[in-house]
Design a protein around this ligand. Structure first.
Ligand code: KG4
Ligand code: ZN
Length: 341
């Protein structure tokens, strides 16, 4: 008989609940996005995010159970994102999941948000074998890890400053694109020339680490200078689409170069990607080209499982449950948490 896990995710601006069978088969996946509420502020307002999670969490959970045709008594466990993320937002999901687990007499499994992103690769027909490399690229994190076990990770490299998603979002914002900037910038980039504008790349003593703050600052300054030129009636040096395409190309090549180095260094022939930026089309296609060149198998989650969702949390919760992970009564949300060693 399959194990049914209810996953709950509230780490940022999506209230999500899902039911997943045996870590692999998604029976329901409900996401209530707060994008409209935060759009006018140009980014996520943490206090507002927490309050909206309070409004939505019970409705979203009931919908996920109903869509899976499951009751609490059918569940094996409840899994909840306990960190990292916005602490007020996380608290809503953690408190709700604790109360639900206690009242239903179910085990509660805490899930690391990034481990959840990796587990998006476990939803589906073919899943990576262990060990595999995973590039985790979200709004707040950029990590290269080796998954040694389903839920045990060794960090090969991480960003020293900004995350890739943060670079996308801040550059997009300076261009006047609406929140969330990454997908907006990426849409515009499809119409432009990626070779039009030169942007710096990071050289670090640790070749598998990332740095995006230099690229971000250079891009924002370039765009502001260009805006000024245009305000003085000078002809545009390039179009916004060219600029977006160049930014996207620069960020993606920082990521792809390091995946290539990680494959060379470890000899591991299975690579997965995870997190919101993994929804980026250029990243997906450049990695597909690299996988053919370097002869590795590439795993790419469906777009909807790249950005925040609870199916990935339920999947991660299943594998953590098998490992015997259980929440203490004192479980609390934590804004910062390491994914591995
Ligand atoms: O994983 P996620 O949904 O939330 C976090 O855990 O942070 O990632 C959100 C990030 C944002 O920075 C968003 O702009 C970026 O993922 N993103 C994209 C695309 N879709 C989402 N960045 C580039 N291209 C996309 N298509
Ligand atoms: Zn995320």
């Amino acid at each position: 008989m399959s194990s049914l896990i209810l996953g709950i995710e509230t780490s940022c601006d999506e209230t999500a609940a899902a039911v997943v069978a045996s870590g692999r088969r998604v029976l329901s996946d409900v996401v209530a996005s707060q994008i409209c509420a935060h759009k006018s502020f140009g980014g996520v307002v943490p206090e507002l995010a927490a309050r909206l999670h309070v409004d939505e969490i019970d409705v979203v959970t009931k919908r996920a159970l109903a869509a899976a045709n499951a009751g609490l008594s059918d569940l094996t466990a409840i899994a909840v994102t306990s960190g990292p993320g916005l602490v007020g937002a996380l608290h809503v999901g953690v408190s709700f999941a604790k109360a639900l687990a206690l009242s239903a007499g179910l085990p509660l499994v805490p899930v690391h948000h990034l481990a959840g992103h990796v587990a998006a690769n476990y939803l589906g027909e073919s899943i990576p074998e262990l060990p595999f490399i995973c590039l985790i690229v979200s709004g707040g994190h950029t990590h290269l890890v080796i998954a040694e076990e389903r839920m045990r990770f060794r960090v090969l490299g991480r960003t020293r400053d900004d995350a890739a998603g943060e670079a996308f979002d801040k550059i997009a914002r300076s261009m006047g694109l609406s929140y969330p900037g990454g997908p907006e910038l990426s849409r515009l980039a499809e119409l432009g020339d990626p070779g039009a504008v030169r942007l710096p790349s990071a050289r670090l003593d640790q070749p598998l680490d990332f740095s995006f703050s230099g690229l971000k600052t250079a891009a924002v300054n370039l765009y502001n200078n260009e805006k000024e030129r245009r305000a003085f009636g000078k002809p545009p040096a390039w179009s916004d689409a060219d600029f977006a395409a160049s930014v996207e190309c620069a960020i993606v090549s920082e990521l792809v170069v390091r995946v290539e180095k990680a494959v060379e260094k470890t000899g591991i022939k299975q690579v997965a990607i995870a997190g919101g930026v993994a929804a980026n089309r250029r990243l997906r296609s450049e990695l597909a080209v690299l996988s053919a060149k370097k002869n590795f198998t590439l795993f790419i989650p469906e777009q909807k499982y790249c950005t925040d969702n609870a199916a990935m949390i339920a999947s991660a919760g299943f594998f953590a449950y098998l490992d015997g992970v259980r929440a203490e009564d004192t479980l609390a949300a934590s804004a910062v948490a390491e994914i591995g060693c």
